[in-house]
Design a protein around this ligand. Structure first.
Ligand SMILES: Cc1cc2nc3c(=O)[nH]c(=O)nc-3n(C[C@H](O)[C@H](O)[C@H](O)COP(=O)(O)OP(=O)(O)OC[C@H]3O[C@@H](n4cnc5c(N)ncnc54)[C@H](O)[C@@H]3O)c2cc1C
Length: 292
């Protein structure tokens, strides 16, 4: 049986409380939310924090609400809550699409959106979904709050802009008129991590694509984004040809590796195909002929 190394344990009941514990225990302390990533890593001794700061009682981080023209999600929102939220589905179907195919109900009932993004696994699904909708991450530390575009949040595999002593507190997603979104994933078996997946968001204005977001995961796309493909579509007329070309560009510019999930050339092919499909599905939703 694998057992973690010894650690101290603190249970925070507020953000201030969590920040105070982080300050007291220093840079080797780690926050634990759902624990679905951190605890297995501790059992394998891939992570050996001196102290765990449990934020599961920090109710102020557990909300889904509209604030002006933003959808605001507390970092402690569970996968299952994101999946069940009508307001999330109404504005950003990409999250419901993604959550339906993340892990299984056990993981989704406990795992949090903050934990998923902070784990920064290169195959993480929500990173691509949040990148597609141009979300913002709110990070709190001893000196107050700062807001980081999600496209600058991931600084490398398993690395984020959250510094020691800080906490990711909120994800903010701008709501703009004419928006629609979708997520497409290929996995080896139900609930598995993706071989490749793509999230797409479109904002249409006067029959053209005024703004677009394309998130890619598991295929080595820098910051989980297909910027060149987005550039191709910005200002263009939406069409299957344009979406296919965007997929081709996305595939050309990503950098997948071969591993136990599949060979690099297959993942590259999937990146292109799934990008085109996600764009097409988002467009169908915008036109009200959704395949849901
Ligand atoms: C069997 C299984 C299948 C899975 N399948 C998928 C899948 O298909 N797709 C997918 O994307 N993911 C998948 N996952 C990953 C799962 O979604 C994540 O493990 C989980 O949601 C991470 O969230 P958590 O709350 O459990 O994080 P934790 O394990 O508690 O924390 C993860 C990391 O984030 C840090 N952290 C957590 N919250 C904060 C915060 N608010 N501020 C700062 N740092 C924080 C922790 O210190 C730790 O470093 C799977 C996991 C399992 C166990």
């Amino acid at each position: 049986m694998q057992v973690p190394a010894q650690f101290e344990y603190e249970r925070a009941t507020s953000v201030e409380d969590a920040l105070a514990f982080l300050a007291r225990h220093g840079p080797e302390a780690r926050v634990v939310a759902g624990g679905h990533s951190l605890i297995p890593m501790m059992k394998l001794r891939l992570a050996q924090p001196d102290a765990l700061i449990d934020i599961n009682d920090v109710d102020e981080l557990s909300y889904i609400r509209i604030d002006g023209d933003h959808l605001c999600l507390g970092a402690l929102v569970r996968h299952a809550e994101l999946l069940d939220s009508a307001v999330v589905g109404e504005h950003f179907a990409v999250f419901h699409d993604a959550e339906r195919v993340i892990a299984d109900p056990i993981v989704r009932n406990r795992g949090t959106i903050g934990g998923s993004l902070c784990q920064a696994d290169p195959s993480e699904d929500l990173s691509a979904a949040f990148a597609a909708v141009h979300a913002l991450a709110v990070i709190r530390g001893p000196d107050g709050s700062r807001t980081v575009p999600i496209r600058e949040f991931h600084t490398g595999p398993y690395e984020t802009a959250v510094e020691p002593g800080e906490l990711l507190t909120e994800l903010r997603v701008p709501i703009r008129p004419g928006g629609s979104s979708a997520y497409e994933k290929v996995e080896r078996r139900v609930g598995d991590w993706p071989l490749a997946a793509a999230g797409a968001a479109l904002w249409l204005e006067d029959g053209r694509i005024a703004e677009v977001g394309i998130g890619l995961t598991a295929v080595g796309a820098a910051h989980f984004v297909a910027v060149e493909a987005e550039e191709h579509l910005r200002g263009a007329e939406p069409s299957e040809e344009a979406f296919a070309e965007a997929g081709r560009i996305a595939a050309e510019h990503c950098d997948p590796g071969s591993d136990q999930r599949g060979p690099a050339d297959y993942k590259r092919h999937l990146a292109g195909e799934l990008t085109a499909r996600a764009l097409s599905r988002a467009f169908e939703r915008a036109m009200g002929r959704s395949r849901t």
